[in-house]
Design a binder for this molecule. Sequence first.
Ligand code: NAI
Length: 308
Amino acid sequence: MKITVVGAGAVGATTADNIARRELAEEVVLLDIKEGLSEGKSLDMFQTATLLGFDTKLTGSTNNYEKTAGSDVVVITSGLPRKPGMTREELIGTNANIVKGVAQNILQHSPDAILIIVSNPMDTMTYLTLKSLGLPKNRVIGMGGILDSARFKTYLSFALNCPPNDIHGTVIGGHGDTTMIPLTRLATRNGVPVSQFLDADTLKKVAADTMVGGATLTGLIGTSAWYAPGAATALLVESIVRDQKHIFPCCVYLEGEYGQSDICLGVPVVIGKNGWESIVDYQLNEDEQAAFNKSADAVRNMNNVLST
Ligand code: NAI
């Protein structure tokens, strides 16, 4: 198994680090346009192999796509991150050109790869990749919902004063401060609906905190987060390379599912060796479906910016 991570910045390097530590591949290639960055970070990470006990080889590449040849999975994190006060959507112009160019280069050397899109605005970047390359829909997956769900579970655990791993919770819809939908109705603590422990106002606050979870971190750190994004991306990679069939909320192309078509948006999907393999129907209630439709409208407007 060979995995390439494009973008050796904060998120890309953390993703590669998680993949190597968990030995999800024989080789991880880290590629960046910035001279020396990917070589330096790969070497630094590979020097932890004897300290942490992993055998995955890490290779750096300054924009040489030949080194990525034959990759099974490729993670695209290249592009600008947001700064405090910015929305993910403001990154669209610059990142669209970067993501499209990178994806074209990747496919020349790894025509069968499954692509995971992380660069923001992620829903639009996923749609752009799928449409511009004409790949089978199952091989293009946007990562956002796994991260947003991790944040949702963290905020629920704070409210419940319990360990995050006791909680199940999912965020669907777009990966934007106003487009994501934390599904509080379906969240559970060890199988019991969280509404049995928390009143409606607290649940509303948990959902609101989740939606601005990324912006909160950007405000604190000064740039966007990387530990949880990198871990979330590696979890997605793991379900593909180990064919685990986990259900994760991911951004995928919809053709009528959840009432939407010709759009990439976050829904629960089964993830295995073929990429995303099927969409799971959570049977949204009326309010949830209305929120999903609103989210789709906002993402569609963003997609249209690219074609104008
Ligand atoms: P960063 O600035 O630390 O790293 C980005 C890297 O991309 C830089 O090293 C840069 O040299 C490289 N790059 C730029 N153009 C390139 C090209 N044409 N080819 C190869 N490499 C190129 O940024 P960070 O924090 O790693 O974030 C990366 C992206 O991921 C941003 O767009 C950010 O908004 C997004 N993000 C998405 C998340 C999600 O859940 N989907 C979560 C966190 C960040």
